[in-house]
Design a protein around this ligand. Structure first.
Ligand SMILES: Cc1ncc(COP(=O)(O)O)c(C=O)c1O
Length: 369
């Protein structure tokens, strides 16, 4: 494979090949990509259209428009019972550049940053890109893929709850213990999408932590490129300066429209989607187990199932391609999520309708069963 400055997403290769197969006229069932298929609420779309007609849509403040920062702060008060000042909320073009800027500031000021393996691949790739010291903490099925307190050895730790790829949720007590030992970066982008209990925010247990969140998952707005950070106020000047330089401002039309996301009816509409995802999760879980995948940690949130495929393979990358070519089902190889046992695992996403999940399972059954 060609040498790159950071590791690629291996799943993109799967997706490219899936697109080729589709161009040749065959249907592929997509269980690989983590992008919700459900429509963005109408009220948000209407607001965007109105903004285009009304304003010239120039740059905004680098940290985002005040009404959106206020709306996010208000949401934390209502949703989690925590008081957040709008000045601590920094709006970013998707959560990704926010995370990149945050890691830079924390890496330079506090030092080494840990991330989980398996875990969301961008964490380690961003650290590498920033030339910062990062340390993988292996997490295992026996502990629901959560970090054990005794394995925290760096001044900063990134956790993702509910997690990609495992769907694990950290309890309030677990967040408290971890935050007493290290500075936590809590990626809460899958908040709102939970199937057993709620996911607590790190801000419920400490003010000395950073939250990463955004509009791409629960709010369904991937292409609108909007996210946010909530940070202790000492971090704001550095983050503002970095964002001024690297992004100038988040997309103006998206910011104006996103204020509507926090309206009561819009939130109610979004909350109803959780039941849709829950049905999909239950169907996929049952089907995968019947086929012979082992699911050591059933997802409590997000929209993925991290499945042990050791009954079929010890090379997740080859297996993903084999399943694509032979069964015409696209899945994500475990290799994307790190090195710790990942060759035995694959990730299934349930961002597609029930009938397609049904058909995907049938194809897998025929091929593997
Ligand atoms: C755990 C996690 N964090 C962050 C992101 C980035 O999302 P965005 O940049 O669209 O806000 C993703 C996207 O898949 C994710 O899975």
């Amino acid at each position: 494979m060609e040498r790159l400055l950071v590791e690629p997403f291996y799943v993109m290769k799967v997706l490219e090949r899936a697109k080729e197969i589709e161009r040749s006229g065959e249907k592929v069932i997509h269980l690989e990509i983590g992008e919700p298929d459900l429509p963005v609420p109408q009220k948000v779309k209407e607001e965007a259209k109105k903004a285009i007609d009304t304003y010239e849509l120039k740059y905004t403040e680098s940290v985002g428009i005040l009404p959106l920062r206020e709306a996010i702060a208000g949401y934390y008060e209502r949703e989690y019972g925590v008081k957040v000042k709008p000045e601590q909320v920094i709006v970013t073009p998707g959560s990704s550049p926010g995370l990149l800027a945050l890691l830079k500031v924390l890496g330079e000021t506090l030092g080494e940053i840990s991330y989980t393996d398996p875990g969301y691949p961008c964490y380690k790739n961003m650290l590498k890109f920033l030339n910062l010291k990062g340390r993988a903490v292996n997490v295992y099925p026996e502990t629901d893929f959560k970090v054990k307190l005794e394995n925290v050895e760096t001044p900063v730790l990134m956790v993702n709850s509910p997690s990609n790829p495992t769907g694990t949720i950290y309890s309030k007590e677990e967040l408290r213990e971890l935050s007493e030992k290290t500075f936590l970066v809590s990626d809460e982008i899958y908040h709102g999408l939970t199937y057993s209990g709620r996911a607590p925010s790190v801000l419920e247990v400490t003010r000395n932590a950073a939250v990463v969140n955004g509009f791409s998952k629960f709010f369904l707005m991937t292409g609108w490129r909007l996210g946010w950070l909530i940070v202790p106020k000492e971090l704001v000047p550095d983050l503002t300066a970095i964002l001024q330089n690297i992004v100038i401002s988040p997309p103006t039309v998206s910011q104006i429209a996103a204020v509507k996301c926090f309206d009561k009816e819009v939130l109610e509409e979004l909350r109803r989607n959780v039941e849709i995802f829950r049905k999909r999760r239950d169907l996929l879980l049952k089907g995968l187990k019947e086929i012979g995948f082992k699911i050591p940690a059933e997802p409590q949130g997000a929209f993925y199932i991290y499945a042990d495929a050791s009954n079929f393979t010890d090379n997740s990358y080859e297996f993903a391609f084999e399943v694509l070519e032979r069964a015409k089902v696209a899945i994500t190889p475990g290799r994307d999520f790190g090195y710790n046992g990942t060759e035995r695992f694959v990730r299934f996403s349930f961002c597609t309708e029930l009938s397609k999940i049904e058909e995907g399972l049938e194809r897998l059954r025929r091929y593997l069963g």
